[in-house]
Design a protein. Structure first.
Lengths: 267, 248
């Protein structure tokens, strides 16, 4: 069964969607979508380094993205530049360095489009293991830091005052972000990973009344997007990443109809 | 102030500066089990800063703070909640500690907001939200309560009831309370120890001692002392006048 590339892609996509659901909610709640973009851009550097040293792509991306995240935290402490300027600086400089490195690696054949937008043909059995084991670890750790992370997302001072150690939770969450980008890059592509994180969560926000429900709907939305997107990718021969994101946009638009109805009810 | 096992939090010459400006400096105080310590002082005198030092929110402080409990309930003066979060009162109640439903209901009914349990936090009025904040802080039966103007925006009768509730909690749970209040009536009637701040500790002691202090009079005006003496002689009328003192 795993011989069929489409089945492999489907299993990979389902694994990715289950993890991006809850993480995406935190990205929306904590306003981290540009942070996600920055990590994703830096992933290109990780991929090129993986190719040049014949190293596993997911591990390489994870390490580079984590380094970029830690650099960002240091820069925030040491400079007076606003956060978005620092994010732009890191995103584009790491993207540029990644592209320069590609230029030096002319002896390797690069599928740039696959890298940027995802390629379902490229998902191997090893990738499935990385996605499902890595994903399970991410969810387990997120479960462990849920309380301090969520409390500090609502209000930092309450969490700190009542002894929850929000700084540690934030640092761990940053590493989890790097990890999800690393495991989902082959499926969605580095330009569209942030979309996979925020669009299902944004859709879920429109139809949920509690944080738990939002996480649940976000996972369901991600799963539907992956299944719809992959089937249409197969049907119309389009890249997997854009197809998945387009499907999630479709679900988001449906969720807007729900909002309009509830506003009407209120009036 | 003798040192004993009842101390919950103790500040020794504590101070905090931001951008080379002292917000508050040289504050020594301690909160003990079952006691209410109140911080008073004009706007910008460092009351909230002192509370945050006591809570450990500010890290790079001058002096030292010793905290002997981790069971803390906090009602901040200002709280901004991001409405990208779908958060009901019920979710907010278990924000920092998972407590069972009975405790949630009990706390909500004590502050008179049981009917709001399933409402979205964003839909509450200022006074309702303040009651929920207080309910959340007391629901987990803390050893130390830090209340930064806990009844702001609450209606007049509610205000009296909530201050009575605070006093009751301090007695029943035997918890220590660090209270910040502008209502001098309450301060003088329910408090064990008053610390008068103005960037530093102006004076401190029992409510009666503080009221007689000249620095206190200079800070709040003669009228403030009169309020106190009025209170002292007419216990049955403490809430009838509009007690807010205008401060510069």
């Amino acid at each position: 069964m795993l011989d069929d590339f489409f089945i492999r892609a489907l299993i990979a996509g389902i694994g990715v969607a289950i993890v991006t659901g809850p993480l995406g909610c935190f990205v929306v709640w904590r306003r981290l979508s540009y942070f996600g973009d920055t990590l994703a851009h830096s992933a290109l550097l990780g991929v090129t380094l993986a190719y040049s040293m014949e190293f596993n792509i997911a591990f390489s991306v994870f390490i580079i993205s984590s380094l970029i995240a830690l650099t960002l935290i240091q820069l925030q402490k040491k400079t007076n530049l606003p956060g978005d300027a620092l994010l732009g600086l890191l995103a584009h400089s790491s993207l540029a360095i990644g592209l320069v490195v590609i230029g030096f690696l002319s002896f390797i054949r690069f599928d740039i489009m696959g890298l940027l937008f995802g390629d379902i043909l490229a998902v191997t059995v090893d990738d499935l293991l990385i996605i499902w084991i890595g994903g399970a670890l991410i969810l387990l750790i997120l479960r462990l830091i849920w309380k301090p992370l969520f409390a500090s997302t609502v209000n930092y001072e309450l969490a700190e005052a009542e002894g929850l150690n929000p700084d540690r939770a934030k640092a761990i969450f940053t590493i989890l972000m790097a990890a999800i980008i690393a495991i989902s890059i082959k499926m969605v592509g580095l330009l569209l990973i942030t979309g996979m994180l925020i669009i299902p969560a944004a859709m879920a926000r429109n139809i949920s009344s509690s944080p738990q429900k939002m996480v649940m709907y976000s996972i369901i939305g991600g799963l539907l997007s992956v299944i719809l997107g992959l089937f249409s990718s197969l049907e119309f021969n389009t890249a997997s990443g854009p197809s998945i994101i387009a499907a999630s946009l479709f679900l988001f638009i449906l969720s807007l109809l729900n909002i309009k109805q509830s506003i009407k009810l209120k009036n | 102030m003798s040192s004993n096992q009842n101390i919950l939090v103790k500040l020794n010459e504590a101070g905090f500066s931001l951008n080379n400006k002292w917000l508050v400096k040289g504050v020594s105080l301690q909160v003990e089990k079952g006691k209410i310590v109140t911080l008073i002082g004009p706007n910008g005198s460092g009351k909230s800063t002192t509370a945050k030092i006591a809570l450990g929110i500010y890290k790079n402080i001058d002096g030292s703070v010793e905290k002997y409990t981790n069971k803390v309930g906090y009602v901040p003066q200002k709280i901004s909640i991001d409405w990208t979060l779908p958060l009901r009162v019920n979710d907010f109640m278990v924000l920092t500690e998972s407590i069972n439903n009975d405790l949630i209901d009990e706390a909500l009914s004590l502050t008179g907001v049981t009917h709001l349990k399933d409402k979205n936090l964003g839909d509450l009025s200022g006074g309702e939200f303040q009651r929920v904040l207080l309910a959340r802080a007391i629901s987990k039966k803390p050893e130390l309560l830090v209340l930064d103007e806990p009844v702001q925006g609450v209606d007049f009768t509610g205000e009296i009831a909530l201050y009575e509730l605070i006093k009751k909690i301090s007695d029943e749970l035997n918890c220590g309370i660090l209270l910040i209040s502008h209502d001098l009536h309450t301060v003088m009637s329910a408090t064990d120890h008053v610390v008068c701040l103005n960037g530093h500790v102006c004076c401190s002691g029992s409510p009666m001692d503080v009221a007689k202090n000249n620095e206190y009079k200079a800070l709040f005006g003669e009228q403030a002392s009169q309020i106190l003496s009025r209170y002292e002689h007419r216990h049955d009328h403490i809430h009838t006048s509009e007690g807010e003192i205008k401060k510069n």
